[in-house]
Design a protein around this ligand. Sequence first.
Ligand SMILES: Cc1cc2nc3c(=O)[nH]c(=O)nc-3n(C[C@H](O)[C@H](O)[C@H](O)COP(=O)(O)O)c2cc1C
Length: 158
Amino acid sequence: MKSIVIYSSQTGNTKKLAEAVYSALSGEKSIYPIGEAPEPSGFDLVCVGFWLMAGKPDPKSQEYLKKITSQKLFLFATHGASATSRHVQNAMEEAIRLAPESDIIGSFSCSGEVNPKVIEKAGSKPEPPAWLDDAPKAVGHPDQADLKNVIRRLEESL
Ligand SMILES: Cc1cc2nc3c(=O)[nH]c(=O)nc-3n(C[C@H](O)[C@H](O)[C@H](O)COP(=O)(O)O)c2cc1C
């Protein structure tokens, strides 16, 4: 099976998950930051990692997900919000909607430490986003347990 891992990551959280996913794949495999990613056609399995921005997959990931057609797709993500929140579920559902013809084999997400400048800026808005309340709990994530968990989820999905 020919597999590719594509990740979008500004501050490195999603990149950590991507590297864990990559390490767990066998067979022909490659990994790319989203800005250098080849087209998904020609791969059997595409693993796409995104970060949440304004409650959705970040814009670059949205564009890439739209290109995926019949490939197997494994989605993974990091976010400031709690992994069990409706906010995160909605974002994952949005990612699935963007690749309607893909064969989604599984998904995983976990908290990702939020840049303090982002916390400060978002927190100073007249109506700070609700996900910001969870940001203190995201400090230190993804951690080793998160990396083990994404690998476990991938292996269960294959
Ligand atoms: C501009 C901006 C918007 C964000 N919006 C959200 C959001 O809507 N929900 C959320 O849970 N986290 C949000 N975050 C937090 C990031 O998704 C989170 O810290 C993520 O782990 C960053 O991943 P990265 O290190 O791979 O870039 C936002 C961060 C930034 C910079």
